[in-house]
Design a binder for this molecule. Structure first.
Ligand code: OSB
Ligand code: MG
Length: 369
């Protein structure tokens, strides 16, 4: 695959409702896209999952642009016969910056799949024609407001509800949800808001038949998660803590988790995601695909990843309309019987809605070439 150029697009989009987690609230969201083009003119698209500030991860969009421009794009451009599968290792001289790497690497996979005429999901080894779609709901002003939003999402047909929790917004909220909706598939995500001192609060969640508790403790603390896991019946799922296969192996040996929330952006792209997938399959760990409020470009990539065989829980991949009034892909992602149907067209299977792209565009630049 010989590349002709790499372009970065910065967009400014507006979420259809604010999203609040234990680390803050977002309403307007910048979106950073990577477009790669090969000699024959075929293109591939990727999205950098980093946020504007270093809250979920140390990575930010501004720094991702810098690292891509200064270090990563040149590593890829100077290798003439680079395949998508080799791209992650080709960037290994750069430590960290997984989200910047993933934006570029995943664009290359999209391009390579398009060149072979295959849908990306098949190219990755996926086996599903539809993926289970869950919805992640932020912290709300009141519990009653949350209850009404959950009701609306259930009416829309989502396969599972995830709510964000933090100290002071946890057991009472879950108790109220269970009173209203006793049997729905429900899970909680703390985004690292607790410590082992809160073990008694977290243990009370065991009463509510949750699918899992996601990232209750510090984003780097595998040991404390192992201690907590021994005290809880509810399975622990790790998100922030798993930045690589190395982290996953250590977590597995320690007993820190039973389930992995896999976000390709967090681990550096498809190559490391496939390695993590295969490890989960061998070790018998649960697996599902998480999200970062991506645009339709990023979400279409997540759909492809969610077709892999070990993925066994609903994913944080909701319909376009759950995030945006107007998404940037054609057609937008839609919910059908609690699922999103996987597209059979080449690559990620959707086209860029050029008019929407122009509407949201803040800047665009070509790098290298
Ligand atoms: O922790 O899973 C998370 C969004 C931004 C940053 C972190 C997380 C999330 C979500 C949203 O929960 C999932 C989605 O994209 O639907
Ligand atoms: Mg999470």
């Amino acid at each position: 695959m010989e590349l002709r150029k790499v372009e970065l697009y910065m967009l400014r989009m507006s979420l259809s409702e604010p999203f609040e987690t234990s680390f803050g609230s977002v309403k307007d969201r910048s979106v950073l896209l990577v477009r790669v083009e090969e000699r024959g003119g075929e293109e591939g698209w990727g999205e950098v999952a980093a946020g504007e500030g270093p809250w979920y991860s140390y990575e930010t969009q501004e720094i991702a642009v810098l690292v891509l421009e200064k270090y990563l794009i040149s590593e890829v451009l100077r290798r003439k016969e680079l395949s998508a599968r080799e791209a992650y290792d080709a960037m290994s001289r750069v430590r960290g910056y997984k989200m910047a790497k993933a934006g570029l690497e995943m664009a290359l996979w999209d391009l390579e799949a398009r060149l072979t005429g295959k849908p990306l999901y098949k190219y990755l080894g996926g086996v599903r024609r539809r993926i289970l779609s869950g919805v992640s709901i932020g912290i709300k002003k009141t519990v009653e407001r949350l209850i009404s939003i959950i009701g609306k999402r259930l009416d829309e047909g989502y396969s599972r509800i995830k709510i964000k929790i933090k100290p002071g917004w946890d057991v009472k909220v879950v108790e109220r949800i269970r009173r209203e909706f006793p049997d729905i598939p429900l899970q909680v995500d703390a985004n690292a808001a607790y410590t082992l001192k809160d073990i008694h609060v977290l243990a009370r969640l065991d009463e509510y038949n949750l699918l899992m508790i996601e990232q209750p403790l510090h984003y780097d603390d595998l040991a404390d998660h192992a201690v907590l896991a021994r005290k809880l019946r509810t399975p622990i799922c790790l998100d922030e803590s798993i930045k690589s296969l190395h982290d996953l192996k250590a977590s597995y040996l320690l007993g820190s988790l039973e389930i992995v929330n896999l976000k390709p952006g967090r681990v550096g792209g498809y190559k490391p995601s496939l390695d993590i997938h295969d490890f989960c399959a061998k070790a018998g760990l649960g697996l599902w695909i998480g999200g970062m409020l991506e645009s339709g470009v990023g979400k279409s990539h997540l759909v492809a990843l969610a077709t892999l065989p070990q993925v066994g829980y609903p994913n944080d991949i909701s319909a376009s309309s759950r995030y945006w009034e107007r998404d940037i892909i054609e057609p937008p992602l839609e919910l059908v019987d609690g699922c999103i149907e996987v597209r059979e067209q080449p690559g990620i299977g959707v086209e860029i809605d050029e008019e929407a792209l122009r509407k949201y565009l803040v800047w665009k630049k070509e790098v290298g070439g």
